[in-house]
Ligand binder design. Structure first.
Ligand code: GLU
Length: 457
């Protein structure tokens, strides 16, 4: 069977680096197995879901290099969920409950005070037809719970019922179905909670591997029971650890912390995000990868830590630099063109400056420094000015190449007796207007003899 995974974000905000981890784990897993990747928007919560967020998520994934084979929206798949509801009702494992949130809270406290686990006591199963009618007459609408298969004959006497799976990230897992409440699948207003649509879709879409954050481990127990109740084979599951900031805070889609959109706008490269999002909290060291293919090779889900991984967003800066410093011209070319950097100088320019970039956009500043005619606005002491006059008089004749700088500065050393910083710094300042920057051996031939002469102070 073709390996099929899905990334199922709810479009209620911008996805962050932790969501990118889930998306990439799925993408890399599918790629390793030549499988399929489904992007499925969990948008059954109509009040909080927005199309603009869904559009942005799609853009963010593309930017990261993830191109889904299929894109689906749960909001247009209600027929599937209604059919699942009918199946469960026919089997007698979906039952109506009429408690209000207050009543449920009271029941929960009562159980706690009796030292019973605070799970739902299935009181609604005892309702007679008359009682249900009376509720209806009152205008109360039921919500619907899934009767977990955690009892032998009497649902009021739940027994330890272990559900097992061999997690593709965490290894063997066990959840006890008696430790949880029967999950509500359908709300009073007829809308679906996440649990059922997710399973119904996974069945219909042929999902073979459900890979998601480890906040879903308990859910998986109930969902495995749902797969069975719907007469379907359960897929394989994988739960990766979550990312937290260095202060231990979780990331939230709603607060927009470290959103992919924000990182992109801050000039962080997609591969820097991907390197960090995938490699942190694994036995691999966090280092820049230069293509998603390379990440596919390095990705080993079982090497993921089981506890939350703290990460420092500042690490992205270092990864970003590493990626830019090694970026081939072919990759940079279209983006340079967007900055107006084109023509025969574009390639030597890129090779000259890439090692000095923190952000790709910084290339534009260096292009301006190279292209702007005449002397940069720099003040020199009288002594340095005299030195520079002597130095510029020694510029070698054309043709110029990477060796010209050495030939020139060797000669200047001889003539002026200067060496080290006192020799190089005034030259750098005169040529670039900056006290640091790319190798002047590469910079000088880019500038050319005429423009170099023009920068003589
Ligand atoms: N919408 C759910 C989430 O973002 C999906 C979980 C899942 O992959 O099943 O947590």
């Amino acid at each position: 069977m073709t390996v099929t995974v899905r990334f199922a974000p709810s479009p209620t905000g911008h996805i962050h680096i932790g969501n990118a981890r889930t998306a990439l784990f799925n993408w890399l897993f599918a790629n390793k197995a030549n499988g399929r990747f489904i992007l499925r928007f969990d948008d059954t919560d109509v009040a909080r879901s927005r199309q603009e967020y869904a559009d942005q998520i799609q853009k963010d994934l593309f930017w990261l290099g993830i191109k889904p084979d299929v894109t689906a929206h749960q909001s247009s798949r209600f027929v599937t969920y209604e059919a699942a509801v009918e199946t469960l009702k026919a089997k007698g494992v979906l039952y109506p409950c009429y408690e209000t949130p207050d009543e449920l809270e009271r029941k929960r406290r009562l159980r706690l005070s009796r030292r019973l686990p605070p799970v739902y006591g299935r009181e609604a199963l005892k309702l007679t037809d008359g009682e249900k009618k009376a509720f209806k007459a009152e205008g109360r609408k039921p919500h619907w719970r899934f009767l977990l298969p955690n009892f032998a004959a009497d649902p009021f006497a739940p027994q330890r019922t272990e559900v097992h799976w061999d997690d593709v990230v965490r290894g063997p897992q066990t959840v006890d179905l008696a430790s949880m409440s029967d999950p509500v699948l359908v709300r009073e207003d007829g809308t679906y909670l996440y649990t059922l649509p997710s399973v119904a879709d996974d069945i219909e879409m042929g999902v073979t591997h459900v890979i998601r954050g480890d906040d879903h481990v308990t859910n998986t127990g109930a969902q495995i029971a749902l797969f069975k109740a719907l007469d379907a084979e359960q897929p394989a599951f994988g739960h990766h650890n979550l990312l937290t900031t260095s202060t231990g805070e979780g990331l939230s889609k709603r607060t927009g912390s470290l959103s992919i959109k924000g990182l992109r706008e801050a000039g962080i490269e997609p591969l820097a995000v991907a390197s960090l999002a995938v490699l942190i909290g694994t036995s691999e060291s966090v280092a820049a990868v230069y293509s998603l293919d390379e990440l596919v090779q390095r990705f080993e889900p079982t090497a993921t830590s089981k506890s939350a991984s703290k990460f420092d967003p500042a690490d992205l800066d270092g990864l970003n630099r590493d990626i830019l410093h090694a970026m081939p011209f072919a990759t940079a070319k279209p983006r340079l063109a967007e900055l107006g950097i084109e023509g025969e100088k574009a390639e030597p320019f890129w090779l000259c400056v890439r090692g000095n970039l923190d952000r790709f956009a910084d290339a534009a500043e260096w292009w301006t420094i190279i292209s702007k005619k005449g002397r940069p606005a720099t003040e020199f002491s009288a002594e340095d000015e005299a030195f520079l006059a002597q130095a510029f008089a020694e510029l070698p004749p054309e043709p110029w190449d990477q060796m010209t700088w050495k030939v020139w500065t060797d000669r200047v050393k001889q003539v002026t007796g200067r060496k080290g910083k006192t020799l190089f710094m005034p030259l750098r300042l005169a040529l670039t207007g900056r006290d640091s920057g790319p190798e002047l051996a590469n910079f000088l031939p880019l500038l050319g003899v005429e423009e170099t002469q023009a920068r003589r102070p």
